[in-house]
Design a protein around this ligand. Structure first.
Ligand code: PMP
Length: 405
């Protein structure tokens, strides 16, 4: 079988694979706990459902405009005004099949083979693969001080004449770190000076805790949007718990959006008209939904951290946003893949190995599930790794005997 170079170079999504593993084990009746998930468990907002149901009942579900319906664009324009204080026009906006597709078509519109794209480690699993799909070169930058927050210098010293784009994801998947405004200001100004595209993946920007604020890159740009290489990515997946609806968007200069639309038009056509209707319902609907989800996640985070603190030897960074924590387990096991597999095999707890995010020794533990899953999941993990644990553990009727290290 002959497979393309690009096809051969792209890896499976570790996080989506994990969801598959979870479904298979669940279907077999295994007492599995998913602490590797990437989606809130709340139901989609009522406003989203009623909006989509109205159109569905009409039975007339047709093609949508490639870059989004008029109403979808209006909703995104209003959103951009509300959260970024920037008035944009319909030609500055494209709606896509999830934030993922918005990022992908932006990359396809910008990148040539050999171009370099820089992003901060630990990073979202899809960035390197999306960049490779364009034949371009992923450059992951780890903060020199070993923290999750880079200094501007960590970024600037990795810039070469091939650097075409920088991706910033704040709050960050997988660490939950919110980058400080001074860093965002520095990056915006640096990119403008060097003519580098800056893609802000803001998919978690409303899911933040402790009264923190996410920096608004538009505050630091000196250019008007048509002369700017700033791209803002957002979507309904996380903030409205609408991952299955597959609606995301990009805001950028009109030239870039036109090219992105051309690409999307041949790739998938416009995102489903039905699902755009649902997204419009969510964006224009009652926003207390997002606040209530945010509060639930903040409470889940607090419980998770409290439980993790009962395990000696872990290095815990308290996430400031998202629904992920990225925990250093290296005192117990250096290989995150080995530890993650052990936890799945022994106590049926799913976690994502840090190596998938470019940082070894860590596990990503999500707190988007129920409190029961979080507390029981961490207790099971503790039982496996803590040498002081009792010899036996009961999971339902099943009796487990400790035999690791
Ligand atoms: N960016 C980041 C950082 C993400 O974590 C995700 C989803 N896990 C996406 C983009 C893609 O979101 P969507 O569901 O809108 O495609």
């Amino acid at each position: 079988m002959s497979i393309s170079l690009i096809g051969r170079g792209v890896c499976e999504s570790a996080t989506l694979k994990l969801n598959e593993t979870f479904s298979i084990l669940k279907a077999k009746g295994e007492p599995v706990i998913h602490l590797g998930g990437g989606e809130p468990k709340s139901k989609a907002p009522f406003d989203a459902i009623t909006a989509a149901a109205g159109l569905l009942n009409s039975g007339e579900i047709r093609y949508a405009p490639v870059d989004g319906t008029v109403e979808m664009k209006q909703a995104i324009i209003r959103y951009t005004m509300e959260y970024y204080g920037r008035k944009v026009e319909p030609e500055n906006v494209i709606a896509s099949g999830g934030a993922k597709q918005a990022i992908m078509v932006a990359m396809q519109a910008i990148l040539n083979p050999q171009d370099e794209v820089l992003f901060i480690a630990p990073y979202y699993v899809s960035y390197p693969e999306m960049i490779k799909l364009c034949g371009a070169v992923p450059i992951a930058v780890s903060p020199e001080d070993g923290s999750f927050c880079p200094a501007l210098n960590d970024i600037t010293r990795n810039i070469t004449s091939y650097t075409k784009m920088i991706i910033i994801n704040s709050p960050n998947n997988p660490t939950g770190t919110v980058y400080p405004p001074s860093l965002i200001q520095g990056i915006v100004e640096f990119c403008e000076k060097k003519g580098i595209y800056l893609l802000m993946d803001d998919i978690y920007h409303r899911l933040i805790f402790d009264g923190k604020k996410v920096a608004n890159p538009f505050e630091y740009t000196k250019k008007d949007i048509e002369n700017s290489k700033l791209i803002i990515i957002n979507g309904v997946s996380k903030q409205y718990a609408m991952t299955g609806f597959r609606i995301g968007w990009a805001v950028a200069n009109k030239n870039l959006i036109r090219v992105m639309s051309n690409i999307q038009g041949h790739q998938t056509s416009g995102p489903s008209i039905l699902l755009q209707r649902a997204a419009i319902g969510a964006i224009n609907g009652i926003q207390s939904y997002v606040e209530s989800l945010r509060l639930t996640l903040e409470n889940n985070r607090n419980v998770l951290i409290q439980y993790l603190k009962t395990i000696d030897g872990l290095k815990i960074h308290v996430p400031e946003g998202t629904f992920y924590s990225f925990i250093d387990f290296s005192a117990y096991e250096k290989s995150s893949a080995t530890l993650s597999k052990l936890l799945l095999d022994k106590v049926r707890v799913l976690t994502v190995p840090g190596v998938e995010f470019g940082t070894e020794g860590y596990l990503r533990i999500s707190f988007c599930g129920s409190i029961k899953d979080i507390t029981e999941g961490i207790e099971r993990i503790k039982w496996v790794i803590d040498p002081g644990s009792s010899n036996e553990l009961f999971i339902g009727q099943r009796k487990l005997v400790r035999d690791w290290k």
